[in-house]
Design a protein around this ligand. Structure first.
Ligand code: ME8
Length: 648
């Protein structure tokens, strides 16, 4: 069976500004999707690039007092250099100044012109330089362009027009018959609502007397091509249109990714252009929302523009990739703030995933000399396997639907299940009993297998982390079981006897204090009521929690400590007899306590209180009795629980 093809594209970014968080997000999404499709077994092509024509670029170059071609070379290179540190693995970086692109734009223009869909006409209209297009009256707010807050200029010009209106009904039909054509649904509805009014034709030329920097019309040398008509065609150029098998092969699987700002050119201009040129329409348009920073629109004038290099430096590439995909519900706006990134790093990555990995590998090290043990076939743990299967099916559906946050949620449910599996099975207790060795081996094998599946599924989102995990697990990334979900998604493919290795912490915790000191010169408004970082800071790892030995203790006698109003001397069974001195005399009468089953910290270092050696601590909750009296309530358990039972 031949492979499904997927051709995923990002917008080609304008070179009038430097790369920022928004560009980084779109490109990370496309890269993750491309890697996910490869994992699914597709034949994938991924394209990004830069949009280099138009008057905005001429203005930006003039500000720097350089020629447009020098300017675009410089900024385009900045975009190109931005991607390797973010692990963006594209197949082509296209520039609209590339020779092959210029030729394809001319070819399409000529085809559409000869087909009768381009005509020459005089036009008067309100032109906004920021938008690089004529605006219609109803788009203005208080007479100004709502995006650029300037009054558009009245211009009368002779120009070439694309007969877009001719394709209005055909486009409406197509969108109605193909629910997946524009998604999420809110953007599909927005496009249909726009199309409920008559569509105007599109002015697709600029006289060279006004703008010289662009692709000349093949049928009139006095004009250059309107930048959007030029830019959209990049999606065809990059896969070899019009000739060659590569074009037909990949175009059949074309999916575009954009943000909501450029919905209209992609959902209306582009499909009608394709119809006029006789090219089949793309398959899907995926539209995401906008990132704000600390709830505020990102803008140069506010000084809150976040650069991709800063993101990598501050948080590390995989933490940024994970955060952006986990935090934004695709299609909706989201707010970026450093507190939230650190919280996700410390809780989801360092605590949940990082600890699962390091504990599992260190137990395999301790009990099996770092070699993956052979599971006892009679000892299968179906529920863990079932949880892994549920994770994989949810992951495939959600990642394929651009619901990355749900895909990752499914993965983290499994991380939680694997962490609970350790607690439930206590490998450290199994290791104490020689007869439990087969069981211990099964548990450790299952942990190794869970980690392999996690590395496989996390590869598209966090390529470096997945590699580190594979290296720790001793699995060659080129091995068959790590190539596609089909080859590696089944449970039980890890090979017993594989030598593993200790690798550094997957995710060091990020110290919020250090971060804020480092970032003093770039102060950030903290999000109101956001305690997530504080919460993450005070969290302890499972390792740390495991070290606290909480047990049920039965009080068999209680008496006041001489010369103390606060202290009681308790004798408890937990299950062995021990003495604990506790400050509960103000809240409890000794005679009421005998027979109570309380919770104690059993491994607290013994300490002398009023000359009595106290071996542990009784847990209590503080409360107010009336306005002033502080009282303590003992944490107790049901009578049927045996003394000495471990609390987990
Ligand atoms: O529009 N949040 O280029 P552009 C999320 N050249 N994504 C954002 C964002 C934000 N705050 N800001 C920008 C152009 N983006 C044209 C495209 S395509 C044929 C031509 C991302 O540099 C998002 O992908 O203004 C958005 O659609 C794109 O950058 C706009 O990039």
């Amino acid at each position: 069976m031949s492979k499904k093809t997927t051709y995923i594209t990002t917008p080609i970014y304008y070179v009038n500004a430097q790369p920022h968080l928004g560009h980084a997000y779109s490109t990370v999404v496309a890269d993750t999707y491309s890697r996910f499709c490869k994992l699914r077994g597709d034949d994938v092509r991924f394209q990004t690039g830069t949009d280099e024509h138009g008057d905005k670029i001429v203005e930006a170059a003039a500000k720097e007092d350089v020629e447009p071609h020098q300017y675009v070379d410089r900024i385009s290179a900045m975009f190109r250099d931005t991607w390797p540190p973010l692990d963006i693995d594209y197949d082509r970086f296209i520039r609209t100044t590339d020779e092959d692109h210029v030729a394809v734009v001319k070819h399409i223009l000529q085809t559409v012109y000869e087909g009768g869909d381009i005509y020459f006409d005089e036009y008067s209209g309100l032109y906004c330089t920021g938008c690089e297009r004529f605006l219609i009256e109803r788009e203005l707010v208080d007479g100004k362009c709502p995006d650029h807050l300037v009054e558009p200029k009245e211009i009368t010009e002779q120009n070439y027009f694309f007969r877009m209106s001719r394709y209005q009904e055909q486009l409406i039909e197509h969108i109605k018959n193909n629910p997946q054509f524009v998604s999420p649904e809110r953007y599909r509805n927005e496009v249909l609502s726009f199309l409920s009014d008559p569509l105007e034709d599109l002015c697709i030329s600029r006289p060279t007397s006004r703008l010289n920097w662009g692709i000349r019309l093949p049928f009139d040398d006095n004009y250059v091509t309107y930048v959007w008509f030029d830019a959209l065609i990049n999606y065809l150029t990059g896969i070899g249109y019009p000739k060659g098998g590569k074009f037909e092969h990949y175009w059949a699987g074309a999916e575009h990714l954009i943000a909501k700002d450029i919905l209209k050119p992609h959902a209306i201009y582009w499909p009608t252009m394709l119809m006029a040129a006789g090219v089949p329409l793309y398959q899907k348009l995926h539209v995401h929302g906008y990132w704000n920073v600390d709830e505020t629109k990102m803008s140069k004038s506010l000084g809150n523009v976040i650069r991709p290099s800063q993101l990598v430096e501050d948080y590390g590439v995989d933490t940024f990739r994970y955060f952006s995909l986990r935090e934004m519900s695709f299609g909706l706006d989201a707010s970026f703030n450093s507190t939230a990134v650190i919280a996700r790093n410390n809780a989801d990555l360092a605590n949940d995933l990082g600890n699962l990995f390091s504990r599992s590998v260190s137990m395999i090290d301790k009990y099996c000399e770092l070699v993956l043990p052979k599971p006892d076939s009679a000892e299968a743990d179906d529920h863990l396997q079932k949880a892994s299967e549920e994770m994989i099916s949810a992951y495939i559906v959600h990642m394929g639907d651009f619901k990355f946050h749900l895909g990752l949620q499914a993965v983290w449910e499994f991380v939680g299940a694997a962490n609970r599996y350790i607690v439930q099975n206590e490998p450290w207790s199994l290791a104490k009993d020689e007869t439990m060795k087969p069981r211990l081996h099964t548990v450790l094998y299952n942990l190794g297998e869970s980690l392999r599946l996690l590395a496989l599924l996390l590869k598209p989102v966090m390529p470096q982390t997945a590699e580190k995990m594979m290296s720790g697990l001793g699995i060659d990334p080129a091995s068959k079981i790590m190539q596609t979900l089909e080859q590696g998604g089944a449970w039980g493919l890890s090979i017993p006897g594989t030598r593993m290795s200790r690798v550094a912490n997957l995710f060091p915790r990020i110290d919020t204090k250090k971060q804020s000191d480092d970032r003093k010169e770039r102060p950030k408004k903290a999000k109101k009521g956001d305690n997530s970082a504080k919460k993450a800071e005070s969290q302890i790892s499972f390792e740390q929690f495991k070290d606290i030995d909480l047990r049920v203790a039965k009080i068999i006698s209680a008496e006041r400590v001489e010369k103390s109003n606060k202290l009681l001397k308790l004798t408890v069974l937990a299950p062995e007899e021990r003495t604990i001195v506790s400050g509960i005399a103000g809240s409890h009468r000794p005679e009421d306590l005998v027979g109570e089953k309380v919770i104690i910290v059993a491994n607290l270092k013994p300490a002398k209180l009023m000359g009595i050696l106290s071996e542990g601590m009784v847990l209590t909750a503080e409360f107010k009795d009336g306005d002033t009296n502080e009282r303590l309530s003992l944490a107790t358990v049901a009578a049927a629980v045996e003394p000495g039972t471990k609390i987990a």
